[in-house]
Design a protein around this ligand. Structure first.
Ligand SMILES: *Cc1c(COP(=O)(O)O)cnc(C)c1O
Length: 234
């Protein structure tokens, strides 16, 4: 199958899942942005997905994103940095991306703010470590209000909300809980500090329906969109 035909077919499949999930809770499908989590995928394949209508790409590795931008023009789609942020890469990330999902320290937010002076505002999401997992980045839920308050005051940035990667394989009614907690935290922090955060980046291949049911405004889908990831090479 040609790349473009494969891309159209896959995109259709995921869009249908998004529409169905949104409809189930009375939301508009257009209120959910689909981010193609593109790590390790071939640039030509990603380009075909953009050609087929994908509007946002998510990158875990700065260099892969920069390489891909040689094939897919920067202005053509939204670029989201969804990987682990090394503080010595903040300048490059700020130059090459529109959104940064994994901010979890004031120091890193300050670097983005200082380094992006003069550029258009970088859109920032704070990462919640919703299950308090030692292996994962992100702040505990109870640290979120203070960090939001601090980051919201920095110039050259726009604090838009939260991203999270909950533990997989929850059972039944527990599946939606982490997403509900994030939604509630967003509302309560907005109210407490008079902020207008409007974005929740949550939901991946296996749980996008649960995330959308709880208000996800962006889902980051890799495997079920592009197909199995090629092995990591570096
Ligand atoms: C890889 C990745 C995804 C997509 O995961 P899939 O399960 O393949 O859909 C989403 N978010 C982040 C941060 C990722 O690294």
């Amino acid at each position: 199958m040609r790349n473009i035909d494969y891309a159209s077919k896959q995109l259709n499949k995921i869009r249908n899942r998004i529409s169905q999930a949104a409809e189930n809770v009375g939301r508009e499908a257009s209120s959910v942005v689909l981010i193609g989590a593109a790590k390790q995928q071939d640039a030509a394949l990603c380009e075909a997905f953009c050609e087929a209508g994908l509007e946002a790409l998510g990158e875990n590795f700065v260099q892969q994103g920069i390489e891909r931008q040689k094939v897919i023009p920067r202005q053509r789609v939204q670029w989201h940095f969804i990987g682990k942020i090394q503080s010595n890469k903040t300048r490059l990330i700020g130059q090459h991306f529109d959104w940064v999902h994994g901010v979890d320290r004031l120091k890193v937010a300050r670097r983005f703010s200082d380094q992006s002076a003069g550029n258009s505002a970088l859109q920032i999401l704070l990462q919640l470590n919703i299950d308090d997992e030692a292996s994962k980045a992100g702040i505990a839920l109870n640290q979120a209000p203070q960090l939001c308050d601090q980051v919201a005051q920095l110039p050259n940035l726009q604090l838009r909300g939260f991203m999270l990667i909950p533990k997989p394989n929850r059972a039944g009614a527990e599946r939606r809980r982490p997403f509900a907690l994030a939604r509630e935290a967003l509302a309560s922090v907005n109210q407490r500090y008079g902020l207008a955060m409007d974005s929740l980046s949550m939901g991946m291949s296996s749980d996008l329906e649960d995330a959308i049911a709880e208000g996800a405004t962006m889902v980051r889908v890799g495997t079920d969109l592009f197909g199995q990831r090629p092995a990591h090479q570096d």
